[in-house]
Design a protein around this ligand. Structure first.
Ligand code: DSN
Length: 419
């Protein structure tokens, strides 16, 4: 039957062409978006398997649908591997994203109107931690902490706000804060005010797996993360805890609380990523991610680009473009035309709208996955600075043309997926 034999190129040439173009885009440029990575061929095979056809609800051994034996095996393996990799007493691998994982935690512990203390979006927090347009911001009373003038998290202000507002849940972590967070300090504040502590480690889960970042599992009540950033797996979320006693509460918050059926092919691919992250090579990779992010930050600092906090302890760094008189939107467009993809990002006290912003966020996870090292990230730092300088002097186009050719020559030495 043609339905089972026709390839995508024949069945849907438009989608085929767009997918081919995307593979070429990833191949020919340097990916610097901090929430992106390049998964292995094994992971691609898992996510593209006929497991995509299977519907189950519930958890292994307790499904609401038949024919679930292979689904059970896969999800059980994913759970076991997540627990082993992170030394956790509980894991849930069903969240479709980090935001879904966070929403499930809200549902497990809070009722609408309860107070949550989290990092302000403009200081590097995440939408799902209480931003106004998100369900977390609409349905809960959000108290926020931020960063000081030096760009580092203001722990004293965080503690004062916690005392003043008595939150039921405190969240540590975000999506654009580049420094390691003092998790013990958060634990002490949570204990003092009787709050649950949630750590969202989405942007440094790979470093935690490799032992290169302070471990939130023993400290937090609950930890959420995504698999697709520096953990180098597929798009999706998961929840961990050292507290096995929370398993019923958290499981029922994910299903049937905020999700229905399981995306099983994604769960299979998450299991592959957890297995890959247990290998010694992953530790080498994660060290490379950190070294490369630091090399990029150091180069930008040397070129007098303002890097918030002056560096990073994570795979990401944040640049403030205000001293250069540039916006994040204009700079990210110009970098993209030079083959360097990054995202515009708000910075603390940003006068620009979220669609414009005054900052750029860079990450090293994807570049490191294709083999770029400190020398290459140092070169990339110089290219970024060249583009920003040229924008300031109104001479960007010849510079982006020169760099786009140089980027293509560089990445051709670090191939990704075979044709
Ligand atoms: N949380 C968003 C980011 O950090 O880019 C998507 O993963």
């Amino acid at each position: 039957m043609k339905h089972f034999t026709g390839g995508l190129a024949d069945v849907d040439p438009e989608i085929y062409a767009a997918l081919e173009a995307e593979t070429a885009r990833q191949r020919d440029g340097v990916e610097l978006i901090a929430s992106e990575n390049l998964v292995s061929l094994a992971t691609l095979e898992a996510i593209g398997s006929p497991m995509v056809n299977k519907t189950v609800e519930g958890y292994p051994g307790g499904r609401y649908y038949g024919g679930a034996e292979n689904a059970d095996r896969i999800e059980s393996l994913a759970i076991e591997r997540a627990m082993q990799l992170f030394g956790a007493g509980y894991a849930n691998v069903q969240p479709h994203s980090g935001s879904q994982a966070n929403l499930a935690v809200f549902l497990a512990f809070l009722t609408p109107g309860d107070t949550v203390l989290s990092m302000d979006l403009s200081a590097g927090g995440h939408l799902s931690h209480g931003a106004g347009p998100n369900i977390s911001g609409k349905w809960f009373d959000i108290a926020q902490y931020g960063v000081g003038a030096d760009g580092f998290l203001d722990y004293d202000a965080m503690a004062e706000t916690a005392r003043a507002r008595s939150p039921k849940l405190i969240i540590a972590g975000g999506s654009a804060y580049p420094r390691a967070i003092d998790l013990e300090r958060f634990r002490a504040v949570a204990d003092e005010v009787g709050a649950i502590l949630l750590v969202d480690m989405a942007h440094w889960a790979g470093l935690v797996a490799a032992g290169l970042h302070p471990d939130p599992i023993p400290v937090a009540d609950v930890v959420t993360a995504t698999t697709y950033k520096n953990l180098r797996g597929v798009r999706g979320g998961f929840i961990l805890s050292h507290r096995a006693d929370l398993s019923r509460k958290l499981n029922s918050a994910v299903f049937p609380g905020v999700q229905g059926s399981v995306i099983l092919n994604a769960v299979a691919a998450k299991a592959v990523a957890f297995r890959e992250a247990m290998k010694p090579e992953f530790k080498t990779y994660a060290q490379g991610v950190l070294d490369n992010a630091r090399a990029l930050a150091a180069t930008l600092v040397e070129r007098e680009v303002t890097v918030l906090t002056g560096g990073t302890d994570t795979p990401l760094l944040l640049v403030d473009l205000r001293p250069l008189g540039l916006t994040g939107a204009a700079a990210s467009d110009m970098l993209e035309s030079a083959g360097l993809t990054a995202n515009k990002n708000g910075v603390p006290d940003d006068p620009e709208s979220p669609r414009v912003t005054s900052g750029l966020r860079f990450g090293s996870s994807a570049g490191t996955a294709r083999g770029l090292g400190v020398d290459e990230f140092t070169q990339i730092g110089h290219w970024i600075a060249d583009v920003l300088e040229a924008m300031g002097s109104g001479t960007a186009e010849p510079v982006t043309t020169r760099i786009r050719d140089a980027v293509k020559a560089l990445v051709s030495r670090f191939p990704i997926y075979p044709a």
